[in-house]
Design a protein around this ligand. Structure first.
Ligand SMILES: N[C@@H](CCC(=O)N[C@@H](CS)C(=O)NCC(=O)O)C(=O)O
Length: 224
C-alpha cells in the first residue's frame, strides 16, 4: 500500500492528500511531527535526505519527496496531468511558479504566524514574505482573467499545487478579497467532486475502502 509521510498542518502535505482523494486511491497516512524534529531522524532522512515532508513511499519502499514531484508521479495517466505537450509544459510552469514565487512567501508567512514563536529576524522578514505572496496572487489573478484553470482545460495538478496554500493565504495575513478571480477559482476547485478539506487530516488507512473516515472515528477528511 502507498504510504504518505505527512503533517496535518502542511499545505505541501495536503497536495498529495487532495490528489489521492480525487484519484480514489487507498493509502496509509503517517503523521510526522515537524515541530519536534521528526523529519530529521536517521530513519526519516533515509526516506528524504532533505528532511522534509511530504514523502510518498511506494509499495516497494522507494520514496518520492517534493510535493509537486509526488503530484506528477501520482497523476500520470489520469485526467489531472494533461496529455498534450503544451498543456503539460504549462502545468509544470505553474508548479515551478508555486515552488519559487508562491510557497516560499505564503507558506512561510503562514508557518511563522500560525505555528511558531517568531525570532526577531523572522519578524523583520515577515512583511517582505507577505509582499511576495501578494505579488504571486496578482500574477494568478491576471492569468485567471484568461483561463479557468492553471495549465489546461480542466482542473489538474497545477491547480492542486496552487490551491494548497492559496486557500489559507488569510492565515498568512494576506487579504484574499483583493483577488476576486482567485476567489472564484478557489470555489471552482472546492466544488469538484471528490474534494477533501485540508483539515482534519485523516488518520491511518485512507481511501474509498473507508470513505476517508478515520478508523478511530476521530473525524474523516472528506469535505465539501
Ligand atoms: N519543496 C518542498 C517543501 C517541503 C517542506 O517545506 N516541508 C515542511 C513542512 S510544509 C517540513 O517538512 N518541515 C520540517 C523541517 O524542515 O524539518 C515540497 O514542496 O514538498
Amino acid at each position: 500500500m502507498l504510504r504518505l509521510h505527512d503533517n496535518h498542518l502542511s499545505g505541501n502535505g495536503y497536495k498529495p492528500r487532495l490528489l489521492l482523494a480525487h484519484l480514489g486511491l487507498t493509502y496509509e497516512r503517517i503523521e510526522v511531527d515537524i515541530l519536534k524534529g521528526e523529519t530529521r531522524t536517521p530513519e526519516f532522512l533515509a526516506r528524504n535526505p532533505n528532511g522534509r515532508i511530504p514523502v510518498l513511499e511506494l509499495e516497494d519502499g522507494m520514496c518520492i519527496a517534493e510535493s509537486n514531484a509526488i503530484l506528477f508521479y501520482l497523476a500520470e495517466g489520469s485526467c489531472f496531468l494533461p496529455s498534450d505537450r503544451l498543456s503539460r509544459a504549462t502545468t509544470l510552469q505553474w508548479m515551478f511558479f508555486e515552488q519559487y514565487s508562491h510557497e516560499p512567501c505564503i507558506a512561510v508567512a503562514r508557518h511563522w504566524i500560525q505555528h511558531i514563536r517568531m525570532t526577531d529576524a523572522q519578524r523583520s522578514q515577515l512583511s517582505g514574505k507577505q509582499e511576495g505572496g501578494r505579488a504571486a496572487l496578482s500574477v494568478m489573478e491576471g492569468y485567471l482573467g484568461e483561463s479557468d484553470w492553471f495549465g489546461g482545460a480542466a482542473m489538474n495538478i497545477a491547480d492542486i499545487a496552487l490551491y494548497a496554500y492559496t486557500h489559507v493565504a488569510g492565515e498568512a495575513g494576506i487579504d484574499l478579497s483583493n483577488y476576486p478571480a482567485v476567489g472564484e477559482w478557489l470555489a471552482r476547485v472546492a466544488d469538484q467532486p471528490g474534494h477533501v478539506l485540508m483539515n482534519p487530516a485523516p488518520v491511518g488507512v485512507v481511501g474509498p475502502v473507508n470513505s476517508g473516515q478515520a478508523p478511530d472515528g476521530a473525524g474523516g477528511a472528506l469535505g465539501g
